[in-house]
Design a protein. Structure first.
Length: 424
């Protein structure tokens, strides 16, 4: 199977950058999800790799073949790239049977005999478990069965890479869960490279070997799912991945012999202990050096006469601190003593010996777990309690932060500093 390499890929319309100087390596037989909010550039990236969209500049390689190079004038058409594409819309021929829908593309290739086509159709039908429906028409199938037909049709020509653009978004929640499991199994059995576009972070977390998270055309993080969840690069990644969403807490303080002394939740004193030793002064110097290098690279790029200044500017993500009444909140310019602590809901523990008094603001049991909103002064934190537990709204409880996976971010740059434990 081929490795896909994107080098300095850019796609813009005027001064709007849909994809901004993207470097990406998709390994053989991997399952990569392109994740991000609507309009971030993930579908454009997928279409450029597949040959359905022409990049403004850059280079794309699939295996040993350069399929696009703006400097050398190479642009291999989509039908020559030996890739399969599965769209959000199944696009099945209503007047053809399942068998005819799957075999249609094979007949057009004109390189298979009738017997070979029959063998391929039977094989891919068995892979996606629709061999009993080959004589039916699409209107006689459920949504999930139609999606399986579309997958079989994509697999039939044996593409080296399979591209999927939100293929499960038309299905109901229960069927999406089932199809995610089937896609994971399909990736394993076919041994193909899968590139999958979605805005659903649950799909990305459960399916991918690596997540490529994009915002405003810029790559934010490219790592395995659990690393994206446990150690996000910045505030945007932390906020986008996770359900229920992460809690953000403003913190003001300084470093004291390896740990950080903070004031959080208005007036509470807290200590943040790093999981791995970090010197804030050294971290800040490294950040300033990295920022200077990025600024120098942009200045060098601006010297190119073909360069167009980016109209959709990149800004530090505006995180949200949940409050009962945020009308009095003032967003002052952050200083070097201002930080943001990220707390995943499962890191909040309700216990008798917890050091923080809270009020149950809301409680939503689902059977397997209960999502609770905790009021601490004017602040709201979301926690998850596993098991069939119910709480009375308005009741008082004690809470604490557990584990050493809480995240500390710079409020100035939004980038992560490190992970650790928080004691209040």
């Amino acid at each position: 199977m081929p490795k896909i390499v994107l080098t300095d890929i850019t796609k813009r319309w005027g001064d709007f950058y849909a994809v901004d100087h993207l470097d990406l390596v998709i390994d053989d037989c991997s399952f990569v999800t392109l994740l991000g909010p609507s309009g971030c550039g993930k579908t454009t990236t997928l279409r450029m790799i597949a040959g359905l969209e022409t990049p403004t500049s850059g280079r794309i390689e699939i295996g040993d073949t350069v399929v696009f190079d703006s400097e050398k004038g190479i642009n291999v058409p989509a039908n020559k790239r030996h890739v399969g594409f599965l769209f959000q819309n199944y696009a099945l021929w209503p007047n053809m049977t399942v068998y005819q829908n799957i075999s249609f593309g094979l007949k057009n290739l004109k390189k298979y005999t009738k017997q070979e086509i029959d063998e391929i159709v039977q094989r891919v039908a068995r892979v996606v478990k629709i061999e009993m429906f080959l004589d039916r028409y699409p209107s006689e199938l459920s949504g999930g069965q139609q999606q399986r037909v579309a997958i079989a049709r994509t697999l039939a020509p044996e593409p080296e890479v399979i591209f999927m653009d939100e293929p499960l978004s038309n299905l109901d929640a229960k069927l999406r869960l089932e199809m995610r499991s089937e896609l994971q199994r399909l990736h394993l059995t076919t041994g193909r490279t899968f590139v999958y576009v979605t805005h659903d972070q649950m799909e990305a977390m459960t399916l991918a070997t690596k997540i490529c998270l994009i915002e405003n055309g810029v790559l934010q993080q490219y790592d395995p799912p659990l690393k994206v969840y446990g150690k996000p690069n910045n505030l945007f990644v932390a906020d986008f991945v996770g359900s229920p969403s992460i809690n953000f807490i403003d913190a003001v303080g300084t470093q004291n012999e390896g740990s950080m002394d903070f004031t959080v939740l208005d007036d509470k004193k807290a200590t943040f202990s790093f999981a791995e030793p970090i010197d804030i002064a050294n971290w800040r110097e490294a950040e300033k050096k990295a920022d200077a290098e990025r600024a120098a690279a942009k200045a060098e790029l601006a010297k190119n006469k073909k360069h167009v200044e980016k109209g959709n500017k990149d800004t530090v993500f505006k995180y949200h601190v949940a409050m009962v009444d945020d009308s009095a909140k003032q967003d002052a310019e952050p200083t070097e003593n201002d930080y943001v602590i990220g707390v995943r809901p499962e890191m909040i523990e309700i216990c008798d010996d917890g050091g923080i008094e809270a009020e149950i603001y809301s409680a939503m049991p689902t059977g397997m777990e209960t999502t609770v909103r905790l009021r601490i002064g004017n602040f709201l934190l979301t926690g998850v309690v596993f098991g069939g537990v119910t709480y009375e709204i308005g009741s008082k409880v004690n809470v604490r932060f557990k584990g050493n996976g809480l995240m500390l971010f710079s409020r100035i740059s939004g980038r992560i500093i490190g992970t650790g434990a928080l004691k209040v």
